[in-house]
Design a protein around this ligand. Structure first.
Ligand code: GLU
Length: 314
């Protein structure tokens, strides 16, 4: 817990991992930065498990992720929230948007969307709008084919800008983002907006791979009459090959590193050094880091790690 009374409630940050595996150094670094940003302001900090996809997520992974956060010295206020317990809230928000005529069912497959946009395999393409203006008869015919539709937002190509504590001014265009998958599972972009507001989060710190999603999240929040939080998108952590850090890069989790003789306190030092708050291999407490934290110290480029067992991270 933070020291009570020190502007408690002014800033409310969060870390929102998906419990689909163990946290790696990049996730832990983002968590540390999110925690520091909140605590340095005397604020509250929440952990939310984004386990919308119950096939890839598990409570066991969530437990291990929480253990790892504790091991590097992080704490949080209140109960950990699990998105899988909150589907009613997300469906209520989708219903609210539907009631305003802001949604439509979309029967397109990924392949059809890609083909319509003539995009290479794997590329994320804006939805070409195929199902936007289907007549009732066309919708009935599509449904009769046995296809379950996703639910999309009816956007107007709105341009949304925001000031990011790390990236500066960011702008983007809102698309017809999916709100609900065709298996009835609410989509991340919707759930995150509902939860950040419901939990009183006013500072969202996360990886900069999510910055392009932020304009659509801000737009969704406005449509639902919710307050817009402040954002800080932090650079990703990459392996020596420049690719986003992953298991294949070597010892990247606390469990792997412990086996190689690297303790959680060593990892905290490594992370602190990587965000400009400690000398290399300096032993630091989270309390010291809270006192040293400033966005100005955070390097603006990706953090490259060389996770060979026994080697030092750069
Ligand atoms: N659950 C997302 C992830 O693990 C993060 C979402 C967010 O912070 O908004 O990538």
């Amino acid at each position: 817990m933070p020291e009570s009374g020190k502007n408690m409630g002014v800033t409310h940050g969060r870390f929102a991992p998906s419990p689909t595996g163990l946290l790696h150094l990049g996730n832990l670094r983002t968590a540390l930065i999110a925690w520091l940003a909140a605590r340095a302001d005397g604020g509250a900090f929440t952990v939310r498990m984004e386990d919308l996809d119950r096939v890839t997520s598990s409570r066991d992974h969530a437990t291990r992720q929480l253990d790892d956060l504790r091991a590097i010295g992080l704490d949080w206020d209140g109960e950990v929230v699990f998105q899988s317990d909150r589907f009613n809230r997300y469906h209520a928000a989708i219903d609210e948007l539907a009631g305003k005529g802001l949604t439509y069912p979309c029967f397109c497959t990924r392949k059809e969307i890609r083909d319509a946009a003539r995009a290479p395999h794997g590329a994320e393409v804006p939805y070409p709008g195929t199902c936007r203006n289907l007549s009732d008869a066309q919708r009935i015919a599509r449904a009769a084919d046995g296809r379950q539709p996703v639910i999309r937002l009816r956007s107007n190509g709105e341009h949304i800008g925001f000031d990011d504590a790390v990236l500066g001014k960011v702008t983007g265009t809102v698309d017809d983002v999916v709100l609900c998958r065709n298996d009835g599972v609410p989509a991340y972009n919707l759930a995150v907006v509902v939860d950040d507001s419901a939990q009183g989060i006013n500072l969202v710190v996360r990886g900069d791979d999510l910055a392009p999603s932020t304009p659509r999240q801000i737009h969704l929040g406005r449509l639902l009459g919710l307050p817009v939080p402040s954002y800080a998108h932090v650079p990703l952590t990459v392996g020596a090959d420049g690719e986003r850090l992953a298991k294949r890069h070597g010892a990247v989790t606390l469990a792997d590193l412990a086996q190689a003789g690297v303790s959680a306190a060593d990892v905290r030092s490594m992370l602190a050094h990587s965000i400009g708050l400690a000398d290399a291999a300096e032993s630091v407490t989270t309390r010291q880091l809270v006192d040293r934290f400033s966005w100005g110290h955070l390097p603006r480029e990706p953090w490259t790690v060389h996770p060979r067992v026994g080697s030092r991270q750069s």
